[in-house]
Design a protein around this ligand. Structure first.
Ligand SMILES: CC(C)(COP(=O)(O)OP(=O)(O)OC[C@H]1O[C@@H](n2cnc3c(N)ncnc32)[C@H](O)[C@@H]1OP(=O)(O)O)[C@@H](O)C(=O)NCCC(=O)NCCS
Length: 131
């Protein structure tokens, strides 16, 4: 987990409302829903960088610092941190914009690893940036 600042790191990639259907028995939003939004956002950033299909191969440890409530807007920021031969590490932060106050608080962050794949689902090299 990175040190919290008041500013998200990376590019705003996914912005979505937290709905009652996404809640657990406490009435808070499931961690799995947040994780899913992060995976989707990372996948979008990965597809853009790899210029084609990617799959998630790994997610590093995650800590949920604060809950997400119904009515909050979840904002997911992505930043490609490292590119290997076929894999990429993408730093992903999830922030909640609170329903009433509109203040923005970090919910969690993680590094996801995506692998670029070909049409047969096998790893393929990530092209050079801008290439
Ligand atoms: C992703 C997948 C195609 C990789 O195939 P593979 O034969 O294991 O590929 P490789 O061993 O050649 O590794 C590919 C890259 O992943 C990296 N990698 C492998 N295991 C890793 C791990 N546990 N963590 C991070 N990176 C990993 C390798 O270092 C390599 O990166 P590089 O080319 O930049 O050096 C295969 O594992 C797969 O299909 N996994 C399922 C993905 C998926 O369905 N995700 C959604 C889950 S529902």
């Amino acid at each position: 987990m990175t040190i919290e600042t008041n500013e998200p790191r990376g590019e705003l990639t996914v912005r979505t409302g937290a709905m009652p259907a996404d809640t657990n028995a406490n009435g808070d939003i499931f961690g799995g829903w947040v994780l899913s939004q992060m995976d989707q956002a990372g996948g979008m950033a990965g597809v853009e960088r790899a210029q084609g299909r990617v799959v998630t191969i790994a997610v590093d440890a995650m800590t949920f610092i604060r809950p997400v409530k119904v009515g909050d807007v979840l904002c997911v920021y992505t930043q490609v941190e490292w590119v290997g031969r076929t894999s990429m590490k993408i730093h992903i932060e999830a922030w909640a914009r609170r329903f009433r106050t509109h203040t923005r608080e970090k919910v969690t962050d993680a590094t996801f690893t995506f692998v670029a794949i070909d049409e047969n689902g096998r790893p393929r090299p990530v092209p050079a940036e801008g290439g």
